[in-house]
Design a protein around this ligand. Structure first.
Ligand SMILES: [Zn+2]
Length: 377
């Protein structure tokens, strides 16, 4: 009997304790649910859990609820560099995925840049470029150059120097500098070592002697102007044949006079022309070895079977209107001379694929301009 009583007492004690624990747990649960609900106001807006927690315990809750989703604010609340005084600036500045985003924003705001200036700076360079830019004195003509989406903050000084020296407008300046045209031709050239249909080869984009295009095949005799073997990239050859066949339906006789030329071929050609036409001609019309598009296997010098002067032929009239449908562009036009660095060369066509060719044709621009706008990363 005695033991039973003790057991009962013990049991009652345990139950009491359990009850208290239960109540505490219940309260905690309710508190936790309340906390989660509060947090979800922000996570549902797109803020991370980490940022949401900080927002919840800050004095900016109401403000965030009015701003709603904002990636830069999210990054700010996640960052150790968050500054209260810049809260409203963060909300208006473009987000970029840089680790030091908030630190850089703070530095730029401290220098006196406006929110839109900061956005411009952030969206025109890599993280490293931005960090470098935060170290310099505040610049004056930011928007003039960086209004163009393809302008780069790392070239800022070069833009200023180029426009001072040449008097070119901002857009031309940005395009020229991005193409390295403020540097010396054939020097400081970028080496291109990967074959692609949109590769750029010019006086500032170089091919090594060893560079050989993908898939070189011979163009069969019926499509050639001469008897010599002509090689080119397979896809480009198929396109040129299609183009020639289409022209022939209209009674025209287009031919390929030249296409792929190796480094060594290019040296030979330059020497040949130098003998007959002199240095000046070679400088204006013949690319130096490594700088010739013919080494890509994507360039075609076209001709007419009927007419000696291609530019005056019916074939020329046709190809100028139709080449883009087959993925070709007239590469060296009169209009493009100041950018390509070559005099007009009516016979020279370049395969770039239909999409790019159509764009270039429609907008009447050079391949260089297209490259700056869409290909140069
Ligand atoms: Zn050519």
């Amino acid at each position: 009997m005695k033991t039973k009583k003790v057991k009962l007492k013990l049991k009652q004690g345990v139950i009491k304790k359990l009850k208290i624990i239960g109540v505490i747990l219940g309260v905690l649960l309710v508190a936790y649910m309340f906390y989660c609900k509060q947090l979800s106001q922000f996570t549902e807006l797109g803020y991370s859990r980490e940022a949401s927690k900080k927002i919840l315990f800050s004095e900016h809750k109401e403000y965030i609820l009015t701003v709603k989703e904002n990636k830069t604010l999210n990054a700010a609340f996640e960052s150790e560099d968050f500054k209260d005084k810049y809260l409203k600036n963060y909300a208006k500045i473009s987000f970029v995925d840089h680790k030091s985003l908030i630190k850089n924003i703070n530095k730029l705001l401290e220098k006196g840049y406006s929110n839109s200036d900061v956005s411009i700076i952030l969206t025109h360079g890599s993280e490293e470029d931005v960090i470098e830019f935060t170290k310099r004195e505040r610049v004056r003509y930011l928007e003039e150059f960086l209004d163009f989406p393809y302008a780069k903050i790392k070239y800022y000084d070069r833009y200023i120097a180029y426009t001072d020296e040449t008097g070119e407008d901002e857009k031309t300046t940005v395009i020229h500098v991005n193409l390295n045209m403020d540097k010396k031709e054939y020097e400081d050239a970028v080496t291109e070592d990967v074959f692609s249909y949109d590769m750029l080869v010019n006086k500032f984009h170089y091919l090594e002697e060893e560079f050989i295009p993908n898939d070189l095949i011979e163009i069969s005799e019926e499509y050639r102007g001469g008897t010599e073997v002509v090689l080119a990239n397979r896809t480009a050859v198929n396109a040129v044949i299609q183009m020639i066949e289409s022209a022939s339906i209209d009674g025209l006789e287009l031919v390929v006079n030249s296409s792929y030329r190796s480094h060594a071929d290019q040296i030979e050609i330059a020497e040949f022309y130098r003998k007959w036409y002199g240095d000046n001609y070679v400088e204006n019309y013949i690319a130096k070895p490594g700088y010739s598009e013919h080494q890509t296997g994507l360039a075609f010098d076209m001709g007419s079977k009927k007419s000696k002067t291609f530019a005056d032929s019916k074939e020329y009239e046709w190809i100028i209107k139709n080449a883009h449908k087959y993925g070709f562009i007239a590469r060296f036009t009169k209009r493009g001379q100041s950018i390509t660095g070559y005099r007009s060369e009516p016979a020279h066509f370049r395969y770039v694929g239909k999409e790019i060719a159509e764009y270039i044709y429609k907008h009447n621009i050079t391949f260089e301009e297209y490259y700056v706008m869409f290909l140069d990363k």
